[in-house]
Ligand binder design. Sequence first.
Ligand code: NI
Ligand code: MN
Length: 219
Amino acid sequence: MTIKFLGHSCFEIETEKGKILIDPFLVASPDYDPNGVTDIFVTHGHGDHLGSAIEISKKTGAKITAIFELANYCSKKGANANGVGLGSWMQYPWGRVIAVPAYHSSSTPDGNYAGCPCGFVFAIRGKSIYHAGDTCLNQEMKTIRELYSPEIAILPVGGYYTMDIEQAVNAAEWIGASYVIPMHYNTFDAISVDITNFERQIRNNGKVPVIMEVGRKID
Ligand code: NI
Ligand code: MN
């Protein structure tokens, strides 16, 4: 299994039995080739997360998994979309996924209600990966640790719309992940940070910060 960073909050997870995209906002990877993508997960309706999900689904047939109202919006636009709620495991050929709470807002590009925002926990061949979406620090993260013990946590750190570095360092403690990947920073002025502060604090807490430049892939 590999995890590739495509910019902002977008990651590609490649497994033997499928290729997954999360929050495919691809301004930092305009040449990304979505052929072979089987599943797209969208944490909420904001443009920097929904991104090109609908276009990619229409082009490749990849199925979008999102909260019910957002999935309905995607279906109406011609995408192949699966509407879900928070809190139960969903089975895929390559593993299983559960949508977990995120504390944020969510609307479709036309400004309509898009259901609640969420994060996703992926369980793939014995590995547990948590993509938090856009969220503040919240107590649910302790539950995520208790129930799913993610070894990799992908957390927003840019502040303003989400957790900042200070909050994300706390989140990493609560989640208990060994490897922490920051996202949702330095894409816009409002979310610019000095990521070395995050790197240093995570390392001081005995965890491994994984700072990924766009296009970097890890095993
Ligand atoms: Ni957002
Ligand atoms: Mn966002």
